[in-house]
Design a protein around this ligand. Sequence first.
Ligand code: PLP
Length: 340
Amino acid sequence: MVRENVRNLVPYSSARDDFSGSASVYLDANESPFDPPLNRYPDPGQKLLKEAVSIQKDCKPECLFLGNGSDEGIDLLIRILCDPGKDQVITVDPTYGMYAVCARINNVKRKSVLLRRDFSLDAEKVLETLDRNTKIIFLCSPNNPTSNAYDPGEILKVIDRAGCMVVVDEAYVEFSGRESFLSLVPEKKNLVVLQTFSKARGLAGIRLGMLFAHPRLIGYLSAVKYPYNISSLTINRALEHLRSAPDHVNNVSRIIAQRKFLEGELRRLPFVLRIYPSDSNFLLVKTERPTELYLFLMERGIIVRDRSGVPLCEGCLRITIGTEDENRILLDALEQYLKL
Ligand SMILES: *Cc1c(COP(=O)(O)O)cnc(C)c1O
């Protein structure tokens, strides 16, 4: 599956690759000797952080790639697997925009399969769209912006019959109560699972994404990435987070409780036509005059996402679940809108 030029690649070898033990005098990397510890390059192999993530995720470190956000993983997968102008990827739309943007940047064709009207995944339709140049199928579950998780049986059908790589993007899995596909990575060689520190873990600012896959694919990703793609600041903050993990579990419960509360309150508003069932930290809400409502909220300093121009999301706003106070401010503004 891997491009020939990547299979034959001799990766850049950094000073910290040549010597990775511990010494007392480092004169090998042209760093400044002053201002420790940030004068030093970070570990290009992220050994400590990979060990800590692997323990929490119960996977082998060889099956884990760490990226500058999940977005680095998405871009690298396309670059490693798809010959520009020849190979193609499949996205199941409406979905996360980065798959299409990365494909376009890399001059890789994309076929789009639509979800069913109820936003469920039609595995047969995805499989019918495959051809021998298809290298990657992107499945986002729970899906952004539709907010639902797909039937695991349908996802499995795609993995088992696709004959190409299948990426299951689980950026929102912690909000869903669904089982992650991570446990299937050791037995399904064409499965790639993406997770992130940006949503449930509350660390979008440090830019850290996790990609789980077969060790050979991880090897190619590691050879192609920028040598120091994860900064020391990110590594240290993530290690600190992993040591205090219970915090984020508590935050996830709070967000799920607020999701339920907000859904109940929104339902009482007559201009809200529909709220789609959510397995994520946002609600997709169909309203009358969505763009007018979007602008009304913006004038009051409340920013939501207008998705009303997206096929199958006509009339919809995407609203992230905030703190109790933020959600209350949103509901107060909506009450005012009702009075207009
Ligand atoms: C937010 C989001 C991500 C996270 O991307 P990062 O680069 O890790 O911040 C990944 N996939 C989907 C579908 C998302 O909505």
